[in-house]
Design a protein around this ligand. Structure first.
Ligand SMILES: Nc1nc2c(ncn2[C@@H]2O[C@H](COP(=O)(O)OP(=O)(O)OP(=O)(O)O)[C@@H](O)[C@H]2O)c(=O)[nH]1
Ligand SMILES: [Mg+2]
Ligand SMILES: [Zn+2]
Length: 354
């Protein structure tokens, strides 16, 4: 049953049936489809609602990631007459795909919650960059979702093999070659996104994420934009993350193209670079930085053509970034502690004069 663009709950996560059964009167389970200025568009069985978090929710939320994100399942009080909702609770996430928030914080920004697949989307043209894909894979690795590589614009590419070849160094990953124009690979993508499954498109601006969403739903629902001729980069057409229901029961989350994906503190390179981690064990020095140290097994593997130099460099670059983010997080923690101490001291002083 789908009414008013409503969502059929029982085909989704089985875990949802429990909270759905214990709902209070005038409460509903819903899924966050969009967020704009702290207002959320929520898909429920009864249709779409606009909602905000309750005062208690806002009071208790400590980090940005405590707030609902696109893809989240929530429990909300429904104010039927107004078509509005007040979000009380976010249900436990099965996955969270995030990045470091912009600026000096070490805060994480949730891109999508409860996705089964993160589709790392790249176009088969000059904008293709295997090292960029490698970086996205690090962010997917600790998300709880499965990474899938999607190569777009197959219709405009004479030699997809040239690009496929470069992906080999990333290990064994599912790769889809698609075209939103002539329909190549669309059925295969849809097959992954059956009832109860959610995917999220991520990748640079202009790679064709929104065009692909439109093709998947067979409707020009998302705005799409052109690309610059000079470098085939996009114009940042999509500005909001949005979850869209697919006719065959799945869901896809479209996201704005990113300039560069910033790694969050929690990220760990081991999972994405098992080859380099393995080599490191044979380096003479335990804390080898694989730069100019004697007896470096990683360098030797590069010299022998067993490891791509670009891959090793990318690994080292991300290692430096993560060290930096971690340091910043520690500094912030200390600052926070000091603030709390000061507050407690002030309060005690106050008490004495009471
Ligand atoms: N030839 C060809 N062009 C495509 C295809 N898919 C998308 N494009 C074109 O690529 C351009 C960018 O497409 P969008 O879908 O807006 O790209 P996007 O990834 O959503 O970009 P942002 O929203 O900025 O992140 C548009 O001009 C599309 O027409 C395709 O399969 N083949
Ligand atoms: Mg877009
Ligand atoms: Zn080494």
């Amino acid at each position: 049953m789908q009414k008013n663009g409503g969502i059929e709950l029982n085909q989704w996560n089985e875990k949802l049936s429990a909270p759905a059964a214990s709902l209070a009167e005038r409460q509903a389970v819903g899924r966050i489809a969009l967020e704009h200025k702290h207002t959320y568009r929520i898909l429920t069985e009864g249709g779409e609602l606009l909602g905000r978090v309750s005062g208690k929710f806002a009071f208790e939320a400590l980090a940005t990631s405590d707030y609902p994100a696109v893809g989240d399942w929530v429990i909300a009080d429904v104010l039927e007459a107004e078509g509005k909702a007040v979000i009380q609770r976010v249900l436990p996430r099965t996955s969270s795909f995030s990045r470091k928030a912009a600026g000096f914080t070490s805060d994480e920004q949730l891109i999508a919650a409860n996705a089964d697949y993160v589709f790392v989307v790249s176009s088969l043209n000059r904008d293709f960059n295997v090292r960029r894909i490698e970086r996205y894979l690090v962010a997917v690795a600790d998300s709880g979702a499965e990474p899938v590589i999607v190569l777009t614009k197959a219709d405009a590419c004479l030699n997809p093999e040239h690009y496929m070849e470069q992906l080999k160094s990333l290990g064994d990953l599912p790769v889809f070659v698609v075209s939103a124009l002539d329909g190549t690979g669309i059925e295969e993508l849809l097959a992954l996104l059956g009832p109860g499954k959610t995917g999220v498109f991520t990748g640079s601006s202009g790679v064709g994420k929104s065009t692909l969403v439109n093709r998947l739903i067979g409707d020009a629902r998302m705005d799409t934009g052109g690309i610059r001729e000079s470098d085939e980069r996009g114009k940042h057409t999509t500005t909001h993350r949005e979850l869209i229901l697919l006719p065959n029961g799945g869901a896809i989350i479209d996201t704005p193209g990113m300039r560069e994906l910033q790694l969050a503190e929690t990220e760990d390179l081991d999972a994405s670079f098992p080859d380099i981690e393995r080599l490191s064990e044979s380096c003479r020095f335990r804390d080898c930085r694989h730069q100019a140290e004697a007896g470096c097994a990683a360098r030797q593997a590069v010299a022998e053509g067993e490891l791509e130099e670009g891959r090793l460099r990318n690994y080292m670059k991300m290692q430096r970034e993560l060290a930096h983010v971690e340091q910043r997080a520690k500094q912030q923690e200390k600052l926070q502690e000091k603030r709390m101490e000061k507050r407690t001291r002030k309060r005690r002083k106050g008490e004495r004069y009471d």
